[in-house]
Design a protein around this ligand. Sequence first.
Ligand SMILES: Nc1ncnc2c1ncn2[C@@H]1O[C@H](COP(=O)(O)OP(=O)(O)OP(=O)(O)O)[C@@H](O)[C@H]1O
Length: 463
Amino acid sequence: MKRTPSNNLHQSSRRKQNDNLQNQVTKHDPKMHYPNKKPHPALKSFIKKCSAVFSMIFSGKRKTASNLVGSDDRKNTSKVRGVVSSSTDLSSESNTKNSSKRKFSYSYASSSTASGQLGIGNFSFDEIYKSTAKFSPDNQIGEGGFGTVYKGTLGDGTLVAVKRAKKDVLHNHLHEFKNEIYTLSQIEHRNLVRLYGYLEHGDEKIIVVEYVGNGTLREHLDGIRGDGLEIGERLDIAIDVAHAITYLHMYTDNPIIHRDIKASNILIAENLKAKVADFGFARLSDDPNATHISTQVKGTAGYMDPEYLRTYQLTEKSDVYSFGVLLVEMMTGRHPIESKRPLEERVTIRWAIKMMKQGDAVFAMDPRLRRNPASIKAVKKVFKLAVQCVASSRQSRPPMKNCVEILWDIRKSFRDEAYSDHPPLPSHHSANFPQREKNKHTLFGIEDEDNYKFVSVPNHIHS
Ligand SMILES: Nc1ncnc2c1ncn2[C@@H]1O[C@H](COP(=O)(O)OP(=O)(O)OP(=O)(O)O)[C@@H](O)[C@H]1O
């Protein structure tokens, strides 16, 4: 499909609709509404008028988005999404603390970098260099396939995460990458890590994203960060993640498929709100010989949709599959693959589903979780949803929107039951985590669902 300015604008209007969706989510959560895919007639006429104006402005002055898509035009997937080739200040629509502080203006062909390429976000290399104290090791916060990640503080105090690409990364995919990143920079949702900018300077390729300062979900599940997540908090996080993926899937006519949903790509903010990171990067290329990007295309072992692996056909349901794996991970605390476990426990979803089917779901619960009737019921229901998500046939997997609704119900029942007799304690009150007082890594007992008596759990179950 060739992109034209008018369909870019049409898609831009879809983005606006979805931004409205995001605002609705913010205002009316938990009853989130999803947008009607057809634009209102008045909006259509507005788009038509804008289209005429935009064609006038851009004809002959700069490359249109369709010129910049490149020759491949996403030919295998037809996952072409709209790019608005105008300066757009989205900061007023932001509901994130950081982006409201700084005005990020997006100028498609302009650049503030010395090497003068794309300059999305109007960052200069000097600014980023200073913000990280010259890429000081003290500011290094992580290392991934893309490169090294630094914490940066911009002149106005905004915290950013600066991803500095390894030298060989993107080598063959720079053109697609730049187009892709421009589109991604326009996506805003409170549960998605905001992409602020991209810049090039000599050999350097740098992505600047929203800084989310409380570690990854995996670190929380591992107990490296925070005080441990209780079941209510895990349900909140699962809902945040489901909101984010739903938004990506419904963002345009051609959905954005994350392809790499995993606990280490879920960043946790101080208030325990979850934000999905690294969305969109993974679908830049289907080239099996490509380096980092195509590695991401293939996703991460343990989370990958077997049907995608078999057929190479990607749909939103591949994300649903990974989300199912993530749900099990969150309820069991285990990694999707645990190679040191006995054979029958190595693939966590297989083991958890088996435990659930034989009525032993409680034994598959994360040993760090408090056992009581409400939490046990919630975990069982989440397992049930996860089973649907990881169904071998895609058609049988629910769309993400349904996952959100099911999780809302689970959370509501959990809250109603958990707090019917006792008002909730502050979320990190130690009474919520009696096991923390003993040993973080061993299960010492569970409350029996019927009579609340403590029963011991065989050691091998959680060893
Ligand atoms: N926006 C951010 N805010 C704060 N810390 C971040 C942010 N992005 C990444 N990090 C930190 O940097 C680490 C590396 O992130 P990165 O996205 O480069 O790689 P990854 O997701 O761990 O691995 P890969 O993407 O290669 O599979 C993360 O685990 C996290 O600790």
